[in-house]
Design a protein around this ligand. Sequence first.
Ligand SMILES: C[S@@+](CC[C@H](N)C(=O)[O-])C[C@H]1O[C@@H](n2cnc3c(N)ncnc32)[C@H](O)[C@@H]1O
Ligand code: SF4
Ligand code: SF4
Length: 362
Amino acid sequence: MPFVQIYRGCKIALKSIISQIYCLIMSLIRPVLGRGITRSFKGLTHKRMPVIAGHKLLYRCNLECKMCPFWRREDSDLLSLEDEVRMLESLKKAGVLFMGFEGGEPLLRNDIGQILDESYSRFHTSMVSNGWLLQKKVHEIKDNLDFLFVSLDGIGKVHDRLRGVSGSYDHAVAGIKEASRYLNMAISSTITAENLDQAADLVNLAQKLGIQINFQIAFDYTTAEKESPDSSRLKAVIENLLSMKMNKAPIMNSKEYFESILNSWYHGISWECKPWLTINVDPTGKIVMPCYVLNEYSGSFTVWDTDILKLWDSYPWGEFASCNKCALACYLEPSLFSWTKPSQVKSRIIDNITSFIQRQIA
Ligand SMILES: C[S@@+](CC[C@H](N)C(=O)[O-])C[C@H]1O[C@@H](n2cnc3c(N)ncnc32)[C@H](O)[C@@H]1O
Ligand code: SF4
Ligand code: SF4
């Protein structure tokens, strides 16, 4: 091949990599730069403010996971698109920077593209899906998401058995392959009694698919099957995941996530839970207090009728600081994060950027 053509080819590839790195960096600093400044001013007068919001768009689901209570519930009136926007505006006013959508299965909402569009213009926006509809619907969501999680709880039949519908694994993997062409992604995996021995295989699968993986431990909700893992077997799995993480496996959880579980559940040294960092809104627009685990997703205050910062200032959060009952990543990771700990900044921010760049070059 003539030198000029090789040179042009390299130049185009380099340009595309640089523009994608720019998009990623902007997607990370967008919420920090603009809204972060406003938030900092509010922080002068409020001791506690939510940073992350989680919103269940609906309870309905196309799967029937054993450990999950949500698909078993009836949906009453879901929020209209206008009410979703009212909710987003209230959360923005309260200082939220990161917005995460889930359910039920969020891709079952026909207006999912519009909802994400409204969120993306206000927040760093992520979503978690079971992936069944992903191949079909990726084009409705790909331009309005900063990050997508797809749940995988085992390889092949192990996943299908836990998820209650055969074909779930194949649909999720096909969805990941398609969506990872457009989006920053990770597998979201819930460790249960039935998939403990597959955690390492799932890490290897993530590596093969060129994405990351994030783990959490199943919590025994009162209205779902009891699937939380056996304590002594779990310890070995957590230790192994920590060691894989330290050996550069593409595991998103911070090393502190695994260490805190080992310290608290096996050595009696608790972490300080800060459920106030995460605000959760149920499918009818109600805020779930203090966290959706203790309250099993029953909301009390309609988000746009509530002065969130006033509620946050007066709520007895201290009562929950040493709870340590669950290791749901959406509560535990923010509770542990600190800008003053270089290893956390590295693993949560810098490593994510590096792995993205490596994926683009590979
Ligand atoms: C409730 S689902 C909603 C989004 C979507 N339907 C999905 O499965 O990804 C969100 C996450 O919660 C996890 N989950 C379900 N039941 C759980 C439990 N009992 N304890 C901890 N996580 C659970 C799922 O595995 C999934 O990764
Ligand atoms: S975990 Fe997700 S996919 Fe499974 S039943 Fe619950 S909402 Fe549906
Ligand atoms: S540890 Fe307790 S207070 Fe914290 S999120 Fe879990 S259940 Fe809620």
